[in-house]
Design a protein around this ligand. Sequence first.
Ligand SMILES: [Zn+2]
Ligand SMILES: [Zn+2]
Length: 309
Amino acid sequence: MEFSLTTLGTASAVPSNNRFSSAHVMNVRGRLFLIDCAEGSQILLARHGISHAKIENILISHLHGDHVFGIMPLLSTMALKGRTAPLYIYAPEAFCHTLKFFKNYFADGVKFDINFVPLKATAPEEIIATRNCKVFAFPLNHKVETYGFLFREEEPALNVRKEFIEQDALTLQEIGSLKAGNDVVREDGNVLEAAKYAYKPYVPRSAAYCSDTAPFPELEGWVRGVDVLYHEATFGNDMRDLSSEYFHSTAEDAARVAAAAGAGKLVIGHFSSRYPDVNVLLDEARQVFPETYMAEEGMIFDVPVKKLF
Ligand SMILES: [Zn+2]
Ligand SMILES: [Zn+2]
């Protein structure tokens, strides 16, 4: 029942000694989504014990090098390791040229299907549906076409409270009806109300990824109430002008989105290499949104199951 975001690459365009550019893994109950794939992503996956073989979907936010330069080496390694399972890549449409280049020159040993799905959305739009979750893409406000991603766990099926099963000697048929949310009328006229007998076992969890982006008004509504909000915080208040010029966010901007959206936790990353110590960014964000955490390589932000009974 894991629902977690692992931050791997946490630098912006220029990596440093201890920070690689963007790469993240979202784990929804064992299904892995790689979000952005900068240079060195496959090394980071290996270093933090995440098997690339388990990645079914790669989501690319936009076509800046610090989000995509790692994809060809990763595809190549997948092929060398004998992958046969299909892979899905979601990215802005122009990515098809990169993929074509790879297929033309480097895909000799590739024995798996690489399915490309172009992103296009003006508001949150469902792009993936698995048994346990839905993934939505939504536009961000950056210099080039850019998308954020929202992961929402599906509503769980209803369960019937154990104490009633014995107490009222519920039949399998009655349990089935109650689980479907229907009241049961017995032959003696007794009514077993689904609202009393059945319950939702847990609250569905959610997480959003927003990088790269300058602030814009719709965003807080699109990520309303998420348990974990990953939001870029490239700059601090001292470089606010530069942040606007490059269509990025400051740590304070990220914190304002988290606060307005009512997020459970804010994770900031995509730090500019101009900051030798990014704690200054963390401090600025925490003044607005105390539940802010700084992304580090290999850090896991887990959302535990919120059981209702
Ligand atoms: Zn970037
Ligand atoms: Zn960018």
